[in-house]
Design a protein around this ligand. Structure first.
Ligand code: COA
Length: 583
């Protein structure tokens, strides 16, 4: 296959961004509906293999044609598309599409059908784009075992992992020039409609209802009604200990409500009302506040199937704090409850606390949806960032325990620095991180990043990370010194526990804790934490209350999931003037 042969050295006046091209690298255009987690992962993996990668959002056929003309890619890879690639492009260039289905599966809603039909295994196929959807020759494929989980979770974990393996293999095969993709017979299924998803609360079991809501999470949700109002429901959790008349709303816990099924009940965590956006259920429906509260007995409750967003357990002297906040978004109240739980954990007779986050996201910072819904988004932004800072500060000031952030899922913006507030940060291989804030309308950010980031990576690298606004792989985060360890994807949770137990049982543990205390005191004497916080919040105050509304506009579009109308220039390198001068 074609290979970009030119060697592009650092250009005068260039940012040093362009890699040197070697004979074996390819020029790969990622054509994608959005720069989602899979596109980010492929971007990082392909760049790590020396390929020159540029990104174009699928906005219109003309824009795609223009991008192809500017970049002259050896290969176009489409990780996530909602429309077909124009014939003018696929008929002249090798275009590969990542389809979230097994070989022979064709058409939309592939993963939705697989989840709703309870498939035991599923897969990903990388096929060549042609006129018929998903019917082109297969370049590579991979299968995986299914589990009972939300579609968004299966997509971010199993699908992404399989897609990365298959896409990298397909790229290698394409590069070798010796592989002939083969045609496989297949059958197309229809787009899954709301009539296929509809729930019959009077007749269906908890398991069936869960599968339906999971298959529609995080888009489009299942159309239903609550308090007689139409809405789409998301974020379902099973309940085994409670039940009632099928369809009846039984109570609430924090922001979720419980609805009875024929054989138990289902917690509904999030809903989207007609014309609105996704919100915690009790916020979207204030009527929920009249339901009886169904509290849990504390953070340490046994994890029976129920709704529990914060949970604590212990293992051999190590406290394990889980916080499975939907989409990793942390609203003011969630930050406050988590701070309380953390402080409670510091009073237990343990030696270390592992902040485990959730399985899909560790944290994505302040909760942009609840902020958008607030009477005053500026005031709510301020309350939320202060609650995040209180939590980060509690972790930073913890003297009694060694603190470890274990990132099973990704983190973005303030979530990345909240993790860095811990003494150790261990991240699962394959996880993507976005340790910067500027994509959200030039937000400055807080969570003590000005204290934490330069101390780990140096001032120059810190500035580059913040300015470049690029995703970072788990391995890269350790290479640059932002985080401390990248642990294998398989058995991440048990590896984290055994490492943490080994740390607290090591003879040097007490000395390690003493060093941490000394370091914090020395840092405090040089520049108190309060100064960092005040400096950051001063700029954040301008972001929230100042005359430049960029953050409010960006947040509004993010929450509304507005389609992109252009590709950010830091991703579309083919649109940079330097690029056209070099090729
Ligand atoms: N608040 C509310 N919702 C958030 C969120 C936040 N801070 N971060 C992510 N989400 C939601 C998204 O709206 C999306 O919702 P959906 O279920 O309706 O699709 C879901 O989480 C997944 O996010 P998505 O952007 O599709 O995931 P990704 O893996 O492609 O990208 C990030 C991950 C972190 C890069 C991206 O979500 C992001 O930029 N988040 C905002 C981070 C931020 O600016 N936080 C505020 C400053 S601290």
């Amino acid at each position: 296959m074609l290979g970009a042969s030119a060697a592009i050295a650092s250009l005068p006046g260039s940012s040093g961004y362009y890699p040197v091209l070697h004979a074996q690298t390819m020029r790969i255009l990622l054509l994608t509906h959005s720069f989602n987690s899979l596109a980010q992962r492929l971007f990082a993996e392909l760049k790590a293999r020396g390929h020159v990668v540029s990104v174009e959002f699928d906005i219109s056929d003309a824009v795609t044609e223009e991008a192809v003309a500017l970049f002259r890619p050896d290969l176009i890879l489409a990780p996530f598309l909602k429309r077909a690639i124009p014939e003018s492009v696929w008929s002249r260039h090798t275009c590969m599409v990542v389809h979230p289905g097994i070989e022979g599966d064709r058409g939309p809603s592939a993963l939705d059908w697989a989840i709703q039909q309870g498939k035991a295994s599923w897969g990903v196929t990388v096929l060549q784009a042609e006129a018929a959807m998903d019917a082109g020759p297969v370049w590579a494929s991979e299968t995986f075992a299914m589990r009972s989980a939300k579609k968004s979770s299966i997509y971010r974990n199993e699908v992404t992992q399989a897609a990365v393996h298959a896409a990298l293999l397909a790229v290698e095969r394409c590069e070798s020039g010796r592989f002939n993709p083969r045609r496989v017979p297949g059958q197309a299924h229809a787009l899954m409609r709301q009539s296929d998803r509809a729930i019959d609360w009077q007749a269906e079991t908890t398991q069936t209802i869960l599968a339906k809501i999971h298959a529609a999470d995080g888009f489009p949700g299942v159309a239903d009604t609550l308090w007689g109002e139409p809405c789409h429901i998301f974020d379902a959790w099973p309940e085994v200990a409670l039940g009632g008349t099928p369809g009846e709303l039984l109570g609430r816990r924090a922001t979720a409500v419980l609805r009875a099924t024929v054989d138990g009940a289902v917690w509904l965590g999030h809903v989207k009302r007609a014309g609105g956006f996704k919100l915690p259920t009790t916020l979207a429906f204030p009527e929920a506040l009249s339901l009886p509260e169904l509290p849990l007995e504390g953070w340490w409750m046994a994890r029976e199937p129920t709704w529990q967003d914060i949970a604590y357990s212990e293992m051999d002297g190590v406290g394990l704090l889980d916080f499975a906040f939907y989409n990793g978004a942390m609203a003011t109240g969630q930050c406050e409850r988590l701070t309380q739980a953390f402080q409670w954990a510091t009073m237990q007779p343990t030696k270390a606390i592992v902040l485990r986050g959730g399985a899909d996201f560790w944290s994505n910072g302040i909760h942009l949806n609840t902020i958008e819904a607030a009477a005053s988004p500026s005031d709510e932004s301020w309350a939320n960032i202060n609650a995040m800072d209180d939590l980060a500060e509690a972790v930073l000031r913890c003297e009694t325990h060694l603190t470890i952030a274990a990132l099973h899922g990704g983190a973005g913006a303030g979530g990345c620095f909240l993790a860095r507030a811990a003494d150790e940060v261990w991240v699962r291989d394959g996880v993507m991180l976005n340790p910067h804030y500027k994509n959200m309308g030039n937000l400055y950010g807080s969570e003590f990043w000005t204290y934490l980031l330069p101390a780990r990576v140096g001032q120059v690298q810190a500035r580059a990370i913040m300015q470049n606004r690029l995703p970072m792989s788990a391995q890269e985060s350790v290479r640059v010194g932002l985080y401390d360890a990248c642990l294998p994807s398989e058995d991440f949770s048990s590896v984290v526990i055994s490492r943490a137990v080994a740390l607290v049982q090591a003879p040097e543990f007490a000395a390690q804790l003493a060093v941490k205390r000394e370091q914090r005191r020395a840092d405090e004497a040089t520049k108190p934490l309060a100064w960092y916080r005040n400096e950051e919040l001063k700029v954040m105050q301008r972001n929230f209350f100042g005359f430049d509304a960029s953050y409010h506009v960006a947040r509004h579009h993010f929450v509304a999931r507005s389609p992109h109308s252009w590709t950010p220039r830091h991703l579309a390198i083919h649109r940079d003037l330097h690029w056209s001068q070099t090729v």
